[in-house]
Each structure stands twice: as structure tokens, then as C-alpha cells.
Design a protein. Sequence first.
Length: 169
Amino acid sequence: MTTKRRQQYAEDIMAPVTPRLEFVFRIKMLLGIRQKFGPLPQGSTRGFVTAAGGTVEGPRLNGRVVPNSGGDWALYRDDHTVGFDARYMLEADDGTPIYMINRGYRHAPPEVAARQEALEPVEPSEYYMRIAPSFETPVGKHDWLTRTIIVGSAERRSDHSIFDYYAVL
């Protein structure tokens, strides 16, 4: 390898592409029936909450959460971490069905987690709640969701959650 090629190679590996985030939409998810069972053999508790409905609003997607089309099978761990595994349907304003799988984590100090479990108001700055969804859509206007990495932040309220989603550019 020539000196010039070595220098170019070094420059190439030293200049990583830094991803940017672009806000694409917000979901306000209404929460329905809640259930918990456990402890499980590994010491955690399984929870379930139905996706009772909601709205989707943003610059790249608008529509609704199809009422009672799924929910979140959360795993409550002993370290005050909740692992999300949610699946439900969205419907875009143009009628396009969108299947959404939403995974992520919420964790907080024990006293904050206790307030959340009691459905008391908690400021989003007091806990970590991040999500990484994936989507299935028909070919067409909304299939960009099936080939774009999307990440999000979330806020948990007593009767709903708010999810803000960003495309990774």
C-alpha cells in the first residue's frame, strides 16, 4: 500500500458518519385493562396492558391506534427495569393498516418506580424510557417505515403514554 493510500485509508476510518435524528410522529396511546402475574421462576413479574386506542400525529405519519388491537406484555424485573414487548395496529389517515412492534426499556430509582406503579404523576426527567419500533405495512406510501431505523422516547402517564419517534438519518 502506498503512503497516499495509507493516509486516505486512515482518514476514511477516522471519519465516522454521525447519525442525525428527524422527528417523524407522536403516538398518544390510551391504556386499557392492566394485569400482572408472578413472580415468575426467574424472579420477575409479567404485566399486560391493552392498547385501548389513541392518535398518531406528525410530519410523516398521521392516523390512529386501532382500539383493542393489541397491547404490551411487559416484563417487570427486580432491578426496577421494565422491558416492553408491545404489538398493535395503527391505521394511517388514508386507511393504510400498519402493524407495529414496539420494544424498549423503562427504569427508574426505586422510589420513582414505586410512584409509577401507584399511577402517581412522575416527571419524564426522573426516569429513562426509550423504545425501538419496527413496522409491517403494505407496499405504498407508508412502506418507508419498513426500511427506516426509528427510535423513540416515551412518557408514562396514569391512563396513557406518549411516544415520540425519530428516524435515524
